[in-house]
Design a protein around this ligand. Structure first.
Ligand SMILES: Cc1ncc(COP(=O)(O)O)c(C=O)c1O
Length: 485
């Protein structure tokens, strides 16, 4: 900005009849961006008012505000100057090239914001893709059903809708759960959420006081841990073996826990189904202590190649099991539809809490989902995808065979969308694999504390068969040269 004896030239205004806000924003931005350089003298308020065609009083007010904000400085007897400490143009924070630093946030906020365990991946590669295979999804049918849902959505549904979920979808889910998962319930017990994580958070708010103990599987799903922590529960890490959560150990560490969060059909990330013995022990503990079991059945439709494991919910005689399901794996993850099956009275309580957070799920997508189920497309799709994932698992395990002689082990007969490969030297292999374009997560990264029996979680659901072939070939070669024998 050129100098003048009467002070710097002022930046032009977009509005020919400027209001106070136009003048203020133009000057503020010019200072922040460095167009008005630090230390320069501003024209007097009288001169500036004349140049801008505004009243002197307005100009005085704007100068006063900029002084208050530290962008201008008044020097008695000399005039008004652009403050030496005003940010200059080269500061990337002002240019928008770097994120602005946020100061004065809480200790809790800092801790939560530092937890990156739940950040999702944008780029899928072998083997970070534990998502549904969307190339096999019947898009045309879905598009048609969605278009019909838009047309048929009633005006009433354009206002607040039921926080328990659209009645039609609750009905469809109750029917689907009985058919595909053997979970018996009435639609009044079903409540719709965006995700299992959201359901876990709200259930933890309802069922625990701050600081109450909650058992989680170790190793386990980071989303569950995060949801419980957000709700203020005290996490108790209970070790898992091939029979599932070690109930005895939970009893030793925190017998009076209010909650136990488990993945009994397909333990995440180890892949086993919980044994009958442990199921009974867990149910007995919950009944005796009037505690709750959150059963996360995230991939129950696909968990095992032969026959999906029976949900814990169907063994429960005392209504202690709260069943959580999601459509993230059986449909696609961006659908953001999940559900819980709980006692009817608890549906009301959860709905009341939900209204204090984000009220309800969008009705349009719920209506489309309900029709997709009622017209039989969902069960057809799930049956088809069972074969797709079983074939992918077969390609992967076939490709892994050369590692069997090198001390690597994996569970036979599981399918789902991931397989755990075990080896004590997994960390070294992971590092080298990443350098050759793979992304594999360590079993230890799902543990509370690292242990000796490490492993690599291979998440293959969203990968094509050629990508699995290529990935497993590279992995085997890296593991053979690094993994020892
Ligand atoms: C154990 C477990 N629970 C839940 C989910 C995700 O469910 P949602 O997307 O509904 O939160 C996943 C996803 O990988 C999972 O592994």
């Amino acid at each position: 900005m050129p100098r003048s004896s009467q002070g710097v030239l002022l930046p032009p205004l977009a509005n020919s009849h400027p209001r106070r806000a136009d003048v203020y924003l133009a000057l503020r931005d010019a200072v922040l961006q460095g167009t008005l350089a630090r230390g320069e003298r501003m024209p007097s308020s009288r001169k500036a008012a004349t140049d801008y065609g505004v009243s002197r009083g307005l100009m005085e007010e704007v100068y006063a505000q900029l002084v208050d904000e530290g962008l201008l400085e008044r020097v008695v007897g000399r005039g008004t100057f652009i403050a030496e400490r005003a940010v200059k143009r080269t500061d990337p924070a002002v240019n928008g090239k770097a994120p602005q630093r946020v100061s004065s946030i809480s200790t809790r906020g800092l801790k939560l914001a530092g937890n990156l365990a739940c950040r999702f991946t944008h780029e899928f590669k072998p083997f970070n893709a534990g998502v549904a295979d969307t190339t096999a999804f019947p898009w045309q049918i879905w598009q048609r059903i969605q278009a019909r849902a838009v047309r048929d959505l009633r005006r009433a549904d354009m206002n607040f809708t039921d926080p328990r979920g659209l009645p039609a979808l609750r009905q469809s889910l109750a029917h689907h759960l009985a058919q595909l998962r053997g979970v018996r319930c009435v639609p009044e017990q079903v409540i719709i959420f965006n995700s299992i994580q959201q359901a876990s958070y709200l259930l933890a708010l309802l069922l625990t006081n701050p600081g109450d103990a909650a058992w989680v599987e170790d190793p386990g799903y980071p989303g569950t841990r995060a949801a419980l922590e957000l709700a203020g529960a005290a996490i108790v890490h209970v070790p898992v073996d091939r029979q599932g959560l070690q109930v005895e150990e939970g009893l030793r560490r925190a017998p009076h826990a209010r909650l136990a969060c488990v993945t009994p059909s397909h333990q995440f990330p180890c892949g086993f189904a919980m044994s009958a013995e442990r199921r009974i022990a867990l149910l007995e503990w919950a009944q005796k202590h009037e505690a709750w079991i959150l059963e996360d059945d995230y991939d129950g439709e696909f968990g095992h190649a032969r026959q999906p494991a029976t949900p814990l919910h169907s063994l429960d005689q005392h209504a202690r099991v709260l069943y959580l399901g999601t459509l993230s794996k059986s449909m696609f993850v961006s659908l953001r539809l999940a559900f819980a099956v709980v006692p009817e009275a608890m549906v009301e309580q959860l709905a009341n809490i939900r209204t204090q957070l984000d009220a309800f799920n969008a009705p349009l997508i719920q209506l489309a989902m309900s029709r997709f189920m009622d017209e039989g497309h969902f069960s057809t799709h799930v049956r088809h995808m069972r074969n797709v994932y079983a074939e992918k698992a077969a390609v992967l395990t076939e490709g892994l065979k050369p590692l069997a002689n090198h001390g690597w082990t994996w569970e036979k007969g599981t399918a789902g969308l991931q397989i755990l490969l075990r080896h004590p030297n997994a960390r070294q292999v992971q590092r080298t694999a990443e350098a050759s374009g793979l992304e594999v997560h360590l079993l230890n990264s799902y543990r509370h504390k690292p242990a000796d029996d490490d492993g690599l979680l291979l998440r293959f659901g969203g990968l094509s068969i050629p990508a699995i072939h290529l990935g497993v070939e590279r992995l085997v070669s890296v593991a053979k040269s690094n993994g020892g024998s």
